[in-house]
Design a binder for this molecule. Structure first.
Ligand code: RIB
Ligand code: CA
Length: 293
């Protein structure tokens, strides 16, 4: 399957991207970047750095520098001002592509057969919302969207019921929910079940590969402000892991919408497949294996 990864790297984004780039079944044809965890210039530079570390040549296209109709609100407290937890990554090998994220999405979706390209959304949904606005028919050539975001029964991580990716751009999320795309949402209800401990970090280092060692360093940086026994949740890696191992997730149909004022998911008219649980042990094993390259 061909894949576009839309991302705001970001510590957990980086692990997700390294996993996807190393997986022969996931033909990553482009990275499109968005402002989110940090500003657009940093997320875009980081996307290039991640490809350089993986030694995989994937074009990087810069996208939206701010959410629809509001100011960007970076989360440097978690990801650091350079966005990768202070972990050293190489400089990008190739310059950022000249065409922006939406133009690249349009070109890729037009050139590929209908419903042959998946879109992995690891950050705010601004770029996808802009694609829907500018080229709705082209957007509906996407086979499926797998997006990390939201909180259904879980408390939020930004507000009582607000999760970062959705609340960063609620207008975009509402547009995506309403578009009638094949959408699987992976909210905090599932991602909070996938964490790493120090033994897992050791196992990544023992795998002794560039991607596994970098991921060990990224997860170690992700321990900050936790009880020290486990990392913060491995939110974004759940997206490519679902693409490869959907049987390790519990999916429930939910009728949802987005509360624009709070960014919370609320009951609404849009039927969406939602991951409400996962098999953490099997997914950690799959992630370790997929990063050993
Ligand atoms: O709430 C978690 C999400 O917000 C993840 O995508 C993380 O990278 C941040 O963007
Ligand atoms: Ca992210």
């Amino acid at each position: 399957m061909s894949v576009i990864i839309d991302t705001d790297p970001g510590i957990d984004d980086a692990i997700a991207i390294l996993y996807a780039l190393g997986n022969p079944d996931l033909n990553v044809v482009a990275l499109t970047t968005v402002a989110g965890n940090i500003g657009l210039s940093v997320t875009t530079q980081n996307a290039g750095r991640i490809c350089a570390l993986a030694q995989v040549d994937v074009p990087v296209h810069a996208g939206a520098a701010a959410p629809l109709g509001k100011e960007a609100r970076p989360e440097t407290g978690i990801h650091g001002k350079e966005g990768l937890g202070g972990v050293a990554f190489p400089d990008p090998i190739y310059p950022v592509a000249s065409d922006d994220a939406v133009a690249a999405m349009i070109q890729i979706l037009t050139e590929h057969p209908p419903h042959s390209v998946d879109l992995f959304c690891l950050g705010p949904l601004t770029n996808l919302a802009m694609l829907l606005e500018q080229a709705p028919d082209t957007a509906h050539r996407i086979r499926r969207v797998i997006a990390m975001g939201g909180a259904v029964d879980e408390p939020g991580n930004v507000g009582p019921k607000s999760e970062f990716n959705i609340v960063h751009d609620p207008h975009a999320a509402a547009a995506v929910f309403a578009a009638g795309l094949s959408l699987t949402l992976i909210p905090l209800d599932a991602t909070r079940q996938l964490r790493a401990n120090m033994d897992y970090i050791d196992a990544l280092r023992d795998a002794d590969c560039a991607a596994s060692i970098a991921s060990a360093d990224l997860i170690a940086a992700y321990f900050a402000a936790t009880n020290g026994a486990e990392s913060r949740p491995l939110h974004d890696p759940c997206v490519p892991l679902f693409a490869k191992h959907s049987n390790m997730f519990r999916i429930e149909p939910r009728d949802l919408d987005v509360d624009i004022a709070t960014g919370a998911l609320v009951a609404g008219p849009h039927r969406i497949d939602v991951a409400m649980g996962l098999d953490a042990d099997r997914l950690r094993a799959a992630l370790l294996s997929g990063l050993s390259y």
